[in-house]
Design a protein around this ligand. Sequence first.
Ligand code: SAM
Length: 274
Amino acid sequence: MQTAAGTLHVVATPIGNLADLSPRALETLRAVAAVCAEDTRHTRQLLAHFGIEKPLLALHEHNEADVAEKLVARLAAGDSLALVSDAGTPLVSDPGYRLVRAAREAGIRVSPVPGPSAIIAALSVAGLPSDRFAFEGFLPAKAGARRERLVALAGEARTLVFYESSHRIGDTLADCVEAFGGDRPAVLARELTKLFETVLDGDLAALQARVEADPNQRKGEFVLLVQGAGEDADARIAEGRRVYALLAAELKPSVAAKLAAEITGAPRKALYGG
Ligand code: SAM
């Protein structure tokens, strides 16, 4: 007789406030044979808080490709497993997609237990257009690549959502001002659901000044949301690029970009990366 395969439950966990773990998440974590966790020590503490003791299996970006196959074999043999990450929803800027894909390919049922995610929490309190948005995850760590990415996004019409850490929030805000212009509306959501939860809004230049002036505003975990480019900004950038191309035929690129930005009001970085 063939054993029925188990289910892979993808379980969201809190992004700060432990009371956000849902009753169904608790029930699932209690029921499964084992829990696949990004950091087993971290998840052991979470489970201990709720009086749950379960075998924990490490699944992180460095071993996921290797362990996915073994976990799928275990699911196929009849064990149900839960997948969690350190915070929020697994697979959202977190490991898991290789395991989920392998399980689906093997015909295993993969079922979500939805719950907290920093993107959605931030979007829900930002007051920026939210019917369509573009989640960009973490920007590149290297300054050059980060600026290039931002410049490529300067004409994006949807609200942009970025994850950011305390180490880079100052630099990222400065780069956003350069790429999008200081007057673009933005929201910085920090430490959501935690003791020092702060949601700052204003334009990018004001947020940058606020964060630069107050070291406390550089502590913790961040979601940065930037309103998309309006048709005005799109048109300005298009005009800026046209003027830049004309001037760059006669002048140094940096001078051409500076003049084209002054003439058209387009952010300089959207015209020329230097
Ligand atoms: N899987 C998680 C989710 O669903 O939100 C995200 C994991 S990602 C590795 C961690 C990043 O999420 C942090 O660097 C920060 O940008 C954001 N984040 C997580 N918790 C947060 C919180 N409480 N407040 C603001 N941002 C948070």
